[in-house]
Design a protein around this ligand. Structure first.
Ligand SMILES: Cc1cc2nc3c(=O)[nH]c(=O)nc-3n(C[C@H](O)[C@H](O)[C@H](O)COP(=O)(O)OP(=O)(O)OC[C@H]3O[C@@H](n4cnc5c(N)ncnc54)[C@H](O)[C@@H]3O)c2cc1C
Length: 401
């Protein structure tokens, strides 16, 4: 218990881990390059912090894009119910919203930081001081910062990924790991907007589509996600587009399309269209399409099938009708790329999981060195699963030390 422990990073995982260790009686120092703790937490969940997902361990695992097997032990040791109980016991009330998303009842992400810091109050904090190097020596770990040198018995690297670098997470953990001889899976964007080449995109900026199916063929594999998406100036974003980006990873051969009517089969859609046609024979086709799609999409849609909006319904040919159905079920977008890693909600890639003991988060090659949180090669979908990863890996490390 006299071991001197350093946690590098006062983010979600570092604060949580340091707190538990200090309660166990360890001498814990938490160091962060920022002037305050948990800078990234403030911007999570659009300032409300979706701190976990109220679901079973298996459902959590279903939402892990990379690292599912690795996370089995950690999520079973500390699951989302434990996260909720942890914050509630500290005095922070929580609420569960659509899709199991859990938020502080106050809707304030700052409360999550406040309670994590409160729980870690026995730790010694060194802020505004960046760690530049970690090396192994006979006396322990030599840690070099902007301001000097320190010696610790154990080091926990909780430096996060490379996304949103203004929050302090700039990929330093990867640098430390590589220098210590560990493998790092190349960091890449995850949960980032998908850039598309189609020029019409900028005209649709801000348009949100609900209950659609985003379909992707990623190097020959099909992936479909149902829900809400959004057009930006040059990309698609919103929950299902962000989630899809994590599956695309580095793939170059990507085909994307939107099914605007996923609840209807082609036959059902044809029946509906025939009905609409019958009742509106003398109207323009624009009128029919407006009943099927948001107004802002109508011109883009008609252009795509080379049909003038002024075409009278009674003069639409069978092949034009079939083109409408095809396009409603399979509106193709031209993939360009995924936004760079800095713009991702999380970073894919990270410390190679084979290097880490999944029960303790200890490095297999270097005793007393640990990696927790987003710095690991684990990334999840949206819904509170990434913060749960931070808490579960932190708990595995602290509880088993
Ligand atoms: C806009 C946005 C919204 C998000 N919303 C959600 C959400 O609602 N729900 C969810 O589950 N996830 C969300 N995430 C993801 C989630 O925030 C991260 O997965 C999580 O914060 C990772 O925690 P961490 O402790 O591993 O790393 P971080 O929170 O990134 O913390 C790392 C800390 O290490 C410090 N550090 C880094 N390098 C050094 C160094 N060399 N020396 C000293 N200190 C260093 C940094 O300053 C930082 O404070 C969101 C992410 C973003 C960007």
């Amino acid at each position: 218990m006299n071991d001197k422990i350093l946690v590098v990073g006062a983010g979600a995982s570092g604060l949580f881990c340091g707190g538990i260790l200090s309660h166990k009686g360890y001498d814990v120092t938490i160091i962060d390059g920022n002037e305050k703790c948990g800078k990234k937490i403030y911007i999570t969940g659009k300032g409300r912090c979706n701190l976990t997902n109220n679901c079973s361990a298996q459902e959590y695992l279903n939402n892990v894009v990379h690292g599912e097997k690795f996370m089995m032990s950690a999520i079973n040791g500390f699951n989302s119910q434990d996260t909720i109980a942890f914050f509630e016991n500290l005095g922070m009330k929580t609420k569960t919203e659509r899709g199991g998303r859990v938020f502080p009842e106050s809707d304030k992400a700052s409360d999550v930081t406040k309670y994590l810091v409160k729980n870690a109050e026995k730790c010694k904090f060194i802020l505004n001081e960046k760690v530049n190097d970690i090396s192994v020596s006979a006396e322990g770990f030599k840690v070099t910062t902007d301001h000097g040198h320190y010696l610790f018995d154990k080091v926990i690297v909780a430096t996060g990924g490379k996304s949103y670098p203004a929050t302090g997470s700039k990929g330093d953990g990867y640098k430390f790991a590589k220098k210590l001889g560990l493998s790092v899976v190349n960091p890449r964007s995850a949960l980032a907007p998908i850039k598309i080449k189609d020029k019409f995109c900028s005209n649709l900026e801000g348009l949100s589509l609900k209950n659609v199916m985003l379909c992707c063929q990623i190097s020959g594999r099909n992936k479909q996600l149902f829900g809400e998406m959004l057009f930006t100036n040059d990309a698609i974003s919103g929950p299902i587009a962000l989630s899809m980006s994590s599956y695309v990873a580095d793939a170059k051969d990507v085909k994307i399309s939107i099914d605007f009517k996923p609840a209807l089969t082609v036959e059902q859609l044809e029946k509906r269209l025939l009905n609409d046609f019958k009742e509106n024979l003398n109207k323009n086709i624009t009128y029919i399409i407006k009943g099927l799609l948001p107004n802002r999409l109508v011109d883009v849609f008609l252009k795509r099938i080379n049909l003038s909006g002024e075409t009278k319904v009674n003069s639409v040919t069978i092949s034009q009708r079939q083109a409408i159905i095809r396009c409603l079920k399979n509106f193709e977008l031209t993939f360009d790329s995924i936004y760079p890693v800095e713009s991702g909600i999380v970073t894919g890639g990270g410390i190679e999981l084979k290097e880490i003991n999944p029960k303790t988060m200890e490095c297999k090659k270097i005793k007393n060195l640990y990696f927790i949180g987003e710095v690991l090669d684990v990334d999840c979908l949206t819904g509170g699963f990434n913060l749960q990863t931070a808490f579960s890996t932190a708990y595995a490390c602290a509880n088993n030390m």
